[in-house]
Design a protein around this ligand. Structure first.
Ligand SMILES: CC(C)(COP(=O)(O)OP(=O)(O)OC[C@H]1O[C@@H](n2cnc3c(N)ncnc32)[C@H](O)[C@@H]1OP(=O)(O)O)[C@@H](O)C(=O)NCCC(=O)NCCS
Length: 181
């Protein structure tokens, strides 16, 4: 070990759903992404104006957004955008972690939390799209059992989710309905 090794600061934030009022924090997080991360996140170059309106549309359209939040600042995010046109309840998902926090396990933690929320909402399928050179995203998707395929120059990962279990049988369940009949 040499004396110049970089000391990483501990991750002291929380991973949680973002409230609607936290749009500015989500927007600022996306705007802070360095050029390469921003390009990877949006699969191409984007202007600030595009990113600002993307963040606003996400919240207006009811996207599910989970953040890594430190001192009220969003430094990482996982998003789920519903695809209501699909017959199977499907969400398109995307991830972003600010450069100085990448490669420290936050992407995996955000993914785990996103899957939990997606199941709670009854989603059965998740789709993630990235460019074929995005090794971090491809590894992350594989870790969560995505089957990856190449489509129109992009890599598309599909994750099938186990449905949430039905309620356990309880003694007396349904009695009220029977009495009421
Ligand atoms: C993709 C991204 C969200 C991953 O977040 P992260 O916090 O760095 O991810 P983790 O630390 O949990 O690592 C996840 C996996 O990626 C691998 N990884 C992370 N950074 C990597 C890199 N630069 N090169 C290769 N693999 C990398 C890790 O080793 C890990 O693989 P493993 O599960 O096989 O061990 C992050 O790199 C990012 O924000 N990139 C820019 C935006 C983007 O590409 N979004 C994806 C398209 S929606």
């Amino acid at each position: 070990m040499n004396g110049t090794a970089k000391v990483e600061r501990p991750l002291q934030g929380t991973i949680r759903l973002l409230r609607r009022s936290e749009l500015p924090q989500f927007r600022d997080h996306l705007l802070r992404l360095d050029d390469i991360s921003r390009r990877d996140r949006f699969n191409g170059p984007t202007s600030d104006a595009f990113v600002i309106s993307y963040a606003e549309r996400s919240f207006q359209n009811g996207a599910l957004v989970i953040g890594y939040v430190e001192d009220g600042k969003v430094l990482g995010a996982a998003e789920l955008h519903e695809r209501p046109e699909d017959p199977t309840p499907t969400g398109e998902i995307a991830f972003s972690v600010e450069r100085e926090l990448q490669h420290r396990g936050l992407g995996a933690l955000l993914f785990e939390r996103l899957i939990e929320s997606a199941r709670a909402f009854g989603y059965e399928r998740l789709l993630v799209t990235t460019h074929p050179q995005n090794q971090a995203m491809k590894r992350l998707a594989r870790r969560f059992n995505a089957s990856l395929r190449f489509e129109d120059g992009e890599t598309v990962g599909i994750i099938e989710l186990e449905p949430a279990p039905p309620l356990p049988a309880r003694p007396g369940a349904g009695m009220f309905a029977r009495h009421a009949a």
